[in-house]
Design a protein around this ligand. Sequence first.
Ligand SMILES: C[S@@+](CC[C@H](N)C(=O)[O-])C[C@H]1O[C@@H](n2cnc3c(N)ncnc32)[C@H](O)[C@@H]1O
Length: 227
Amino acid sequence: MTKLKPGIRIIRKGELRYLAGSGGRPMQFKPWLGDCFSFLYDFLMSKSVFPGKIGGDLQKHYSVLARELAGVHGRRILELGTGSGSAVNFLHSDNEYVGTDISPGLLKRAAKRFLRAGFPAPEFYVASGDDLPFETGGFNLCLCILSLNFIGKVEKVFQEVHRLLISGGMFVCSVPVPERNRLRSTIRGVLHSEKELGGMCRESGFTFEPLPCDNGALLYFRATKQD
Ligand SMILES: C[S@@+](CC[C@H](N)C(=O)[O-])C[C@H]1O[C@@H](n2cnc3c(N)ncnc32)[C@H](O)[C@@H]1O
């Protein structure tokens, strides 16, 4: 099991791990809108959100991430905002995977998909991406796919990812940015421009490299933790 920060207690329910809050009860988070209809989540992403909001192509999205992560084997991978587990579409199953999300309904779906895909002992934590229960420096790679705009303050997320990655570890992210939103659709959450994201990344101790991909409103970038 992933090493936890001192003082953290975990309550396990099925495949999900909850943080113990006051009175020893599992900590719950304000439900994200997707959790109410988690059974419809994948259908809505492919039929409505990708074409209608993002103006992009879901298969292209998986292809660009699969290409970026093609050489990643036998690594410890942390994902922020796992959702229903779409990362099975672009990660090799010989990696050690730890998923985190505030939505238990989506995480339960993710757990089934990762187990079915053959990942060895994947772990799933109900936790917020800007305040994670793990010990410092336990991961080689962190992913945040279509979730950064929903997770609190982006600066805090970068600092947390920096804390959790080993030196030289990589952060791979896909996030909508306002200047690519050609459909002028309403995209939920807080959007930052590529320039702002690059600045925050560098200030947190990462390099920042946008990946060459035109897919609707999405920016794909790779950030590497500097020594
Ligand atoms: C659009 S979905 C993306 C899910 C998945 N990565 C994908 O590509 O399909 C956004 C996800 O962010 C999660 N989320 C929202 N706020 C969060 C927070 N503070 N910490 C972690 N995850 C959060 C939601 O529950 C949801 O699963």
